[in-house]
Design a protein around this ligand. Structure first.
Ligand code: SF4
Length: 194
């Protein structure tokens, strides 16, 4: 070997008969990395918040912004909420986007009642949240008169980014909720409409 040349690294080979089986190697390596401790509440919250099934109740301009949210640019799939359902019985997130009149109110309430539990509601924009500038005899002054609202989005209309912010807030709320306590304290009283 010439001066300055590197010495080849020393290797030792284990005879095949002495090597542990591959399955045993994987088991040993995985023991340090595959054990997770958590609670039932945390696990269920994690699953629920990342698999929301939205039902959109769109009645006016705010619903147009929702279409942008669901398209590829804003990509609702990143939050596990891209699978729109058009049956309330297959949904757990009601998104109300637009003006709601007194005539529509009982229909909205019925849809909410038909949804699976647990269920959540996002109120989108000024009209759904407060009636907006429709201060008149026919417009509901906010959907929280008839259904419980989890997150309100301000704006006329809100941008898709505001939708995303609301979804993230709802995810935090779902993660922080207690499945065990909610189940024990479930109390869904009917609200009279009209
Ligand atoms: S808040 Fe504005 S954009 Fe949304 S439904 Fe009402 S008028 Fe239309």
């Amino acid at each position: 070997m010439g001066e300055g040349a590197k010495a080849a690294p020393q290797t030792t080979s284990i005879p095949l008969t002495q090597q542990p089986p591959v399955a045993a190697l994987h088991q040993d390596a995985g023991l340090n990395q595959s054990i997770v401790t958590t609670s039932i509440d945390a696990l269920i919250g994690w699953g629920r918040k990342n698999s929301l099934w939205p039902f959109t109740f769109g009645t006016a301009c705010c619903a147009i912004e929702f279409m942008a949210l669901a398209a590829s640019k804003y990509d609702l799939a990143r939050f596990g909420a891209e699978f729109m359902r058009f049956s309330p019985r297959q949904s757990d997130l009601l998104i109300v986007a637009g003006t709601i009149t007194y005539k529509q109110a009982p229909i909205l309430r019925r849809i909410w009642e038909q949804m699976m539990e647990p269920r959540w509601v996002i109120s989108v924009g000024a009209c759904a949240s407060t009636g907006g500038f429709y201060d008149c005899y026919c417009t509901l002054p906010g959907i929280d008169e008839i259904v419980p609202v989890d997150v309100y989005i301000a704006g006329c209309p809100p941008r898709p980014e505001a939708y995303i912010e609301a979804l993230l807030q709802l995810q935090d709320k779902i993660q922080d909720s207690s499945y065990m306590k909610d189940r024990a304290a479930a109390n869904h009283q009917r609200i009279q409409v009209g």
